[in-house]
Each structure stands twice: as structure tokens, then as C-alpha cells.
Design a protein around this ligand. Sequence first.
Ligand code: ZN
Length: 382
Amino acid sequence: MVRSFFLYSCLAVVILLCGLVQSAFAVDIYAVRVGAHPDKTRIVIELSGTPSCKITHAQNPPRIILDVKNATWQGQAIDLPRKSGIIANIRQQSSETSHRIILQTKQAAAVSKQFYLPANGGANSRYVIDLVSKESKASSAATEEVTPPSRPQKRKYVVVIDPGHGGKDPGAIGKAGTYEKDITLRVGLELRDALVRTGRYEVHLTRSTDVFIPLRDRTRFAHKKNAALFISLHADSAPSQMADGLSVYTLSETASDKEAALLAAKENKADLISGINFQGENKEVSSILIDLVQRETMNMSARFATELVRELSQRVVVREKTHRFAGFMVLKAPDTPAALLEMGYISNPREEYQLRQSQYRARIVAGIVAATNSFFNANTVR
Ligand code: ZN
């Protein structure tokens, strides 16, 4: 699958083919972002699918020219950030057959690394190019990228619902004898039906019966199903019967950084992120890739949480500062946007009663469906 070409010539111009599978499919380019790092300048091109492109180095002034075949620019004007690293200027030209991005550099630059990240969750595909100044290139061996098979477009979004607890683990138990595991399963099934009714989602449940499932297996299941969104359902308990309100959790940055480091150190890292082949990548590159994907995932999770809070606070009582960050195990899949919902306090007799009422659960379900819709709308319409 991977074909890389390095055609060096004695001329001032060096042509480097991306080595991507020649794609007949047209792609849309949504954005070009520049990030300055101490050791490199990273260009991230967001697009709708696998690109086929050519990189040309030119001089006077030094520039790197990206020709993306069959591409149409759908983005805004590119604003160079204040810290734009080695990039002096970016210009674009569109033609019938390709879109050209011209990266004028402050000094002669070389591509130290390039890779492709397939569309994941609600995020676009990304083509990432790292540039270093020519002088420092000696220390950075060029790493060729890997092209995953492109996925069919226009598929339904895969949502995995995770009803918390189950089987031998009842979760919290209310004063009236309500088990958390029963409420989470009930809401899970009702949420599945509501999401399926929209016609937009392919929905899977980590459990649809009263069984015990280890936490790791729940995230593994979501990964296997290629979930674009993971929703874990719980109902909290607190020592005080007065504690009430719904809350939303997503993964915290610190927790996930540690996790990323751990994940990168593990041998089975190839399984972690769909569509990226870590084989032949050194440890550092693997951890950069995991980190990149995980950051994006975390941002998306936070966006989903914002939608959840907005929709649910119009329908039920939510806690103050209801969006919280935590290191829940089920939220730690690096490539799946995820949120954990504590639908209320089962230890609060009023909320225990409410959670047993189908009308009340329907309000929660409607809020989650509305939030899911806006989450995917925001992620696909740019
Ligand atoms: Zn729970």
C-alpha cells in the first residue's frame, strides 16, 4: 500500500511525490493550519478524503509547493498565526485539476515528516506535513506516511451507548430500591430507539441485557465498532440525600496526557487508533500521532459536552458547573469522542422517583438526541 518516492536531483528543484495512492476521487480542502514548534513547523490540511498530491521544492524565494489533485478549496482565507515558524507566507491557486498551496519559507526548508489521518468521529481527514530548516534536516530522517483505505462517505454516524454497571455490579442503589444498572439500561435502550428513529445513526449498546462488562471491554467495543461518539450513562450517588442534578464528564487534559504516554509505551499501540499504521514508526512518532488524535478527540468530547449541557439544561435540573473533567476509564479511548452522563442522583429520593418515570427519562433522551444532532451538524458543516 505504501509507496514512497524520493527523487533528488542536482537541480535547485527537488520533487517529492506524496506517495499516496493515486485517487480518482475529488476532495474538498476545508482549512490549512500552521503550528510552530521548537523543532519544526507543522502544516495541517483538513480535507474530505484521501488526498493525492505532489510536493515541489523551489527556490528564490524558498518555497514548498503542494499540488493536491482533484481538490477544491472550500475554506476561508488562510490567516498565518503570529508564530508561524518557518513559514513566511501562504498563497493558493486553484485550477481545474488541482489546488495549489504555496508555502513560502523564511529559509530553505525540507519535509521531515508527512502523514495522513483518516476522518475520525466528526473530524475531517488531515494531511500533516512537518517542515524543518534545511540545515537541521540532516538530523531528521524523512518518514514516509501511510495511507489507510479510504472509507465510504455518506455512512451513518456510529454511536455507541454504554449503560453503566450491570450484572453483579448494581451501581448505586436508591432508597426505594432502584438499581443504577437498571436505570442506565432503560435509558440506554430508549436512547438507542430515539437515535435510530432519526435515520442518521447506527447505534450499538455495550450491553442490552443485565450483564457485567469490564470497563476496558466497553471502550474496546466502541473502538471495534468504529464509534464516532461514545455516550456512557450513569446515575450518581452522594452521602447527602439533598445532592441533585445531572452532570456531564469528559476526559481531562492531564489525565489523558498521562494516558497517552502509557498507551504509546505499550506494544499493542497499533490497535489503538483506527486507520493509522504505526508499524515502522519509532516511539516518538507513535506518541506524537496518539497525542494529536487524542487532543482532537478531547476537543470534540468537550464540544459534545457543551451541546449536552445546553440541551439538557432546558429540560431537566443540571448541576452548577455541570461539565466536569475526570479520568474515567471509559472515556480514555484515544480516538473516540466520549462523554459520561450522570443523569441525576439516585441517592436523592426525588430524582430516584423521576428516573423511574418514562416521561422524565424521555426528556433526558430528547436532550441527548438534540445534542448528538448538533454535535454532528457542527462537525460536518463547515
Ligand atoms: Zn455509575
